[in-house]
Design a protein around this ligand. Sequence first.
Ligand code: PLP
Length: 345
Amino acid sequence: MTNLEQIADLERRYVLQTYNRFPVIFERGKGVFLYDLDGKKYLDLVSGIGVNALGYAHPRIVKTIRDQAARLVHISNLYYHEYQGPLAERLCALSGMQRAFFSNSGTEAIEGSIKLARLAGHRAGGAAKSRLIALEGSYHGRTFGALSLTGQDKHRKGFEPLLEDVTFVPRNDVEAGSIFAFRAFGVTPDIVAIAKPIAAGLPLGAFLAKEEFASAISPGQHGTTFGGGPLACRVALEYLAILEEENLLANVNKVGGYLTQQLQQLVEDYAAAKEVRGRGLIQGIELEIPSRPIVEQGIAQGVLFNSTHDTVVRFLPPFLLQEQHVDKGIRVLRKFLGRKRRRAA
Ligand SMILES: *Cc1c(COP(=O)(O)O)cnc(C)c1O
């Protein structure tokens, strides 16, 4: 038996069957590339679902993890450590918010946000002020509160009853600009939940709140054992420093713009390509055909794409991506899009 068969077989027997994994075992990565157990190289346009913004084995992240692992990994929120305060200060400066709470994941950041919104709502308007509004088609995570706000039936089905008093509204187009995209709109949210790349691959989420909302909570009303530990917080500070010092947001805008052009070209060229959405390095191309087979064929060709909403090929590559990597991804994608559009002569 190959390694792949052995490992897949063990998981089939012992792991709760909630994932439909692709048949590949990754062993290591460097920059925007991953390597499987046989040493085959893959261009990564998924980045562990938007987590590996600095790609793999970034030397400064490796050094920070090594150093901190030898000092202190976990201490609990019973005590202070050196990094949670500075990270909260930095995130508040970047977002315009006033306080942070650290969790281990995005869905927990949403849970905390819901709790804080309820407390602030009740304080402002009494027990009746409890309604929640979320976007149609949205995704907020898998725990019960977050699931109640997720506007996609396929995720909710079978788990009812969920939280009551949730209203879904249609979405507008999303634009990006800075680390916090809302800053480009001139709006300031009351609470904002973040996660995915902020600790460069270590589990860390947070919600940030205006003082007016933050002051609704008291000690003992919310907490976590692991959230905001010294290792994750120190790595997050390093991540934010790297973003700035390596000028990575400028790269996201430049290469993201190039990706948009190349995807638009596919819509012009192929009957199966319908629409391009997103901006920067979070984009998707909606197809008339199922997207999962394309992801499978991409793996065989050494390029990782992601498939979402059954017919979308989603690009969420590391911020280090270069135009030549976009070219490679598009070249491979073209092979699977079928016939070209007939052009008017
Ligand atoms: C990923 C994600 C979540 C859930 O985060 P987890 O870390 O998987 O729990 C929630 N909302 C949005 C918008 C996300 O992208």
